[in-house]
Write a protein that binds this ligand. Structure first.
Ligand code: ZN
Ligand code: ZN
Length: 417
């Protein structure tokens, strides 16, 4: 046996039903909010993420599956969706072809991280993005969509946190204040924080090292350094969320680990894996489209981790087996007729199965039980000679001979009630 790669996982029958449920709910919600699906390749030019995600991030520095392909191009398996979505928006001029540039995507992402519980090297995300809309109402809509997804999935104990990290105007003042407040404490912080202080001081807030926390807790808050337009925008987002009765709290530490965020950031935290974990997160990235060679358009979106949503689903979600019929054949004549009936049921839109290998009726009935069939149709013997099929309702145990011509409609009546 050749085992699967470390950090990857198969989604097996019994588990895949939950994934299908999450994907169904997500698609339905996105479409209700006016988002249209887009499918981009899993491989992109490495450059897209160096420029887009940012070359000071851990994602680009340590975690990218990047390689030189046979043609000599630098390629990477996408570590996140947003730069791909921006590239597609620019490359295909989506703002001209779409009534509103609101798009979503579902698919795998790849990061070479140390595998741990709930964290994989190939993981899956729902990603939604909006381009060219600046009103705080769109920030609130994106947050509403994220929160509605959590509610629609019935995920308990979720918490929405928001923040504003400011813009190119006001963030430098906040960064300066942050470094000033650190002062003599900087050398006491961990190695990662020392590096962050040089490259992107905001990211010190991402530090999880326990010894650093008392120092980080004393640092200033970005919301106290917003310029007037950023402050007005953030107030607007909160007003809309309140009007829609969406519960949130402000988290000063929510700066998000990427370079491109501006103004609004948000996360939904869950408790499914024991510790508090972000199930989804996103924010506004007003400079990114231009930075990637597009027009000067704003952007906002979020990515939700499907593995985490699936783990957080309430007990008993999406485990109901589909209602189906099972066809049992008695003897060779019965088998020929049973095969015909099987195809008829399926053509009529009903889920139906049959045991092709087993000879005995008892073995076939056992299989029907294992599949939790709602109706069992027994074909053969005297009934077949009379032009009938024995139909058994597996819930009530009622059993009767049904004229061959009526078998499909009688079966439908049983399995669809
Ligand atoms: Zn600002
Ligand atoms: Zn640290």
């Amino acid at each position: 046996m050749i085992p699967s790669l470390r950090g990857t996982h198969d989604i097996l029958p019994g588990e895949v039903e939950k994934w299908q449920h999450v994907e169904r709910v997500a698609r339905a919600l996105c479409e209700r909010y006016g988002y249209v699906e887009i499918r981009t390749p899993v491989i992109e030019r490495e450059e897209l993420f160096i420029k887009g995600t940012g070359d000071t991030t851990d994602i680009v520095n340590k975690e990218m599956y990047a390689f030189t392909d046979k043609g000599g191009d630098r390629i990477t398996l996408r570590p996140e969706a947003t730069p791909s979505m921006v590239r597609a928006f620019v490359e295909h001029s989506l703002e001209q072809s779409m009534a509103a540039a609101k798009i979503y995507a579902l698919g795998p992402m790849f990061r070479y991280e140390r595998p741990q519980k709930g964290r994989y090297r190939q993981f899956h995300q729902l990603d939604i993005e909006v381009f060219g809309m600046n009103d705080p109402a769109i920030d609130a809509e994106v947050i509403d969509l994220a929160w509605s997804l959590i509610l629609a999935l019935g995920i308990p104990q979720a918490e929405l946190v928001i923040n504003s990290v400011g813009c190119a105007e006001c963030r430098p003042r906040f960064q300066a204040a942050l470094l000033a407040a650190l002062g003599d404490d900087l050398p006491k912080l961990c190695q990662d924080c020392q590096r962050r202080a040089q490259t992107n001081p905001l990211r010190i807030y991402d530090c999880k090292v326990p010894a650093d926390q008392p120092i980080i807790d004393r640092l200033p808050h970005s919301v106290d350094y917003l310029c007037e337009p950023c402050a007005t925008h953030f107030a607007g987002v909160q007003t809309h969320l309140t009007a829609w009765e969406i519960p949130w709290r402000i988290s000063h530490r929510l700066v998000r680990g990427l370079d491109y965020y501006t103004r609004t950031t948000f996360e939904v935290l869950g408790h499914a894996l024991g510790a508090q974990n972000a199930m989804l997160g996103g924010g506004r990235y007003d400079g990114l489209v231009k930075q990637l060679g597009g027009p000067d358009r704003s952007g906002i979106g979020f990515a939700a981790g499907l593995e985490r949503l699936v783990i957080a689903l309430p007990e008993g979600t999406a485990i109901a087996a589909p209602s189906r019929a099972f066809v049992v054949a008695i003897g060779e004549d019965g088998r020929t007729e049973a095969l015909k009936l099987l195809r008829e049921l399926r053509t009529a839109g009903l889920a139906a199965q049959m045991e092709f290998e087993a000879r005995g009726v008892r073995a076939q009935m056992k299989r029907a039980d294992r599949l939790q069939a709602r109706a069992t149709l027994i074909v053969g013997g005297d009934e077949l000679a009379r032009g009938e099929v024995t139909v058994r309702d597996m819930r009530t145990g009622d059993q009767r001979g049904v004229p061959r011509a009526d078998v499909v409609s009688v079966t439908r009546a049983i399995i669809e009630t």
